[in-house]
Design a protein around this ligand. Structure first.
Ligand SMILES: [Zn+2]
Length: 566
């Protein structure tokens, strides 16, 4: 695996890291095309199937192809080793494991049942094995994967229809249908009845179109098959009115840069150019995918890296394509919103977007209203909220309540004076499973209760929602939260992304923290990540200055959080 950006990579290491770490969905991936030579030989050996050559000779054979058909001949031959449910499970799991490394959050995976049923492997074996891989992959790798059943377009529509019948008992394992294999001479119109029937069964529809065949295949796929996405679709560039229509209707294109290069689509149709940049400039809803990564020299991140290098793309293009991958997916709106929030967060941490005006306040649950510690935290929170900060606290009593109390006062003050405050809240991150005896929805000042399932999940909420932290007087809980964000900052410091601002009240923390840092011989650069402050004004100034700096440096304006596809 590559350990750094290629020499021609624009934007250097920062953009490269952004690409690699960005949450993304893969929407164009044939599971049979992920069969690496090593796994092929392993499965062949246990099934007693003879395969000619060696891992190395297969690697070499896969380095170049004349065209799509040349590749397909090799691809179908490799599939001969796949016989049992275990084989299909292993194939799926191996892909998901590799995809997790590229930070794939969701995958809509094509499989070709006819490739297997035609050689005597029962449909049930294929789908049960793939499904097992998906379930295990979700448990261990946190990837939401779904299956799209593809039909081989070089076979007849009758064959496709009878395969669809075999899928009936397994519809709960399939999200949609697609159309793949040799495109030229097998137009979408050949499968009109099939797509109508599948749509009637509630299946989503996609189709390969405009990879090697012309724009008319894309039009047919849209009009006759009524597909929701076009797989490849690069040939739309040959018809400007089609480009206009695709852009206007926001039809997703699942493009595969390395595939287009390896199958000579670029050299035969586009003068050797990678057309990703041109598609983006035309305002098309482009996504990046790997197609058949075990044959085309790379997985999804390699495809992103290739496209960014070839077309001199920016972080804005990368963000847009990653976001497109989620909005164009068949995930539920709930999952889309989650994945996009993770992408936005990655963009903020990478320094390409400004952080939200949010701050997390940590502190003990003990101080009572009227005590100096309570009133100090309340005054600080009030000042921050009166300047538009959303305050996050632990939501219960003591300093948590003082923070919420002051934040509510500041918010009310702002609202009464007509300040912009629609997005501003007083957030309490509660852990009802642990604190069943406390107020179920937190203290009365909290306007937005947020539920965490565990203590660590609660700290994660603070980190995901804010880049600004303040520790007030507290004991073990506060120290735990402080150490966590401190550690988090040290990691971010070593990988060179934006840093969170961590402030602590000098009167509470200077002595114990300095003694601790001395005793533990904590590195000066790590010690420097915590800043002592004395007053609310000083806290506000530090946060405002940092926010201003990061807003000026930002190159991506994040759209409002995703809520619904409609
Ligand atoms: Zn494909």
């Amino acid at each position: 695996m590559a350990s750094g950006p290629p020499p021609d990579f624009p934007g250097g290491g920062r953009l490269w890291r952004y690409v690699r770490g960005a949450p993304k969905a893969e929407l164009h991936l044939h599971i049979e095309g992920t069969l690496e030579p090593e796994l092929m030989f392993e499965i062949a050996a246990r099934n007693g199937v003879a395969v000619e050559g060696t891992v190395e000779s297969h690697r070499i054979r896969r380095q170049s192809f004349k065209d799509l058909q040349d590749f397909l001949d090799l691809y179908y031959a490799a599939c001969d080793v796949l016989k049992t449910e275990e084989d299909f499970r292993d194939l799926m799991y191996a892909y998901l494991q590799r995809a997790a490394v590229d930070n794939v959050y969701a995958a809509e995976v094509f499989f070709d049942p006819q490739t297997h049923t035609e050689r005597g492997v029962p449909f049930d074996v294929v789908i049960s094995g793939l499904h097992r891989g998906i379930v295990e992959g979700h448990r261990n790798l946190e990837i939401r994967a779904n299956l799209i059943m593809c039909f081989l377009r070089h076979l007849s529509e009758e064959s496709a229809l009878s395969t669809l019948e075999q899928a009936l008992p397994h519809l709960d394992k399939i999200v949609g249908i697609g159309l793949d294999s040799g495109e030229l001479g097998n137009p979408p119109s050949k499968f009109e009845r099939l797509f109508e029937r599948a749509a009637g069964m509630g299946l989503k529809t996609v189709a390969h179109a405009g990879e090697e065949a012309g724009p008319e295949y894309i039009l047919e796929a849209l009009e006759l098959l009524k597909v929701r996405r076009i797989d490849h679709g690069v040939q739309c560039l040959k018809d400007s009115s089609l480009v206009e229509r695709l852009a206007k209707e926001g039809v997703p294109l699942t493009t595969c840069p390395l595939s287009n290069m390896k199958l000579q689509v670029n050299s035969r149709y586009f003068g050797g150019r990678n057309v990703t940049g041109q598609l983006l400039e035309a305002g098309l809803r482009v996504t990046i995918n790997s197609d058949d990564p075990a044959y085309f020299g790379g997985y999804i991140n390699d495809n992103f890296v290739r496209a960014v290098s070839d077309c001199n793309l920016t972080e804005r293009d990368v963000y847009k394509m990653c976001r497109n991958s989620f909005t164009s997916s068949f995930l539920s709106d709930v999952d889309k919103a989650f994945c996009i929030s993770q992408l936005d967060y990655h963009t903020i941490v990478s320094g390409y977007a400004a952080p939200p005006r949010n701050i997390s306040i940590f502190g003990s649950r003990s101080p009572e209203p009227g005590s100096p510690e309570y009133e100090e935290a309340r005054a600080i929170a009030k000042l921050l909220a009166s300047r538009g900060f959303t305050v996050f606290t632990g939501g219960y009593s003591g300093i948590m309540m003082a923070g919420a109390h002051g934040a509510r006062e500041g918010l009310d003050e702002r609202r009464n004076s007509g300040g912009e405050s629609e997005a501003q809240e007083v957030c309490g991150v509660l852990v009802p499973s642990l604190f069943a005896f406390r107020e179920p929805l937190g203290n009365s000042y909290t306007t937005r209760p947020i539920v965490a399932r565990s203590l660590t999940n609660r700290i994660n909420h603070f980190c995901m929602n804010s880049e600004y932290f303040l520790a007030c007087r507290g004991t073990i809980g506060t120290i735990t939260e402080l150490l966590y964000v401190w550690k988090y900052a040290t990691i971010r410091n070593t990988i060179g992304v934006s840093l969170p601002k961590i402030l602590v009240l000098r009167s509470n923390f200077e002595k114990p923290l300095e003694a601790f840092a001395d005793a533990m011989k904590i590195f000066p650069e790590d010690r420097g990540l915590i800043q002592y402050v004395d007053s609310g004004e000083e806290i506000l100034q530090v946060f405002e200055e940092d926010l201003k700096r990061r807003t000026v440096a930002a190159t991506i304006t994040l759209p409002p959080p995703f809520s619904t596809s409609n």
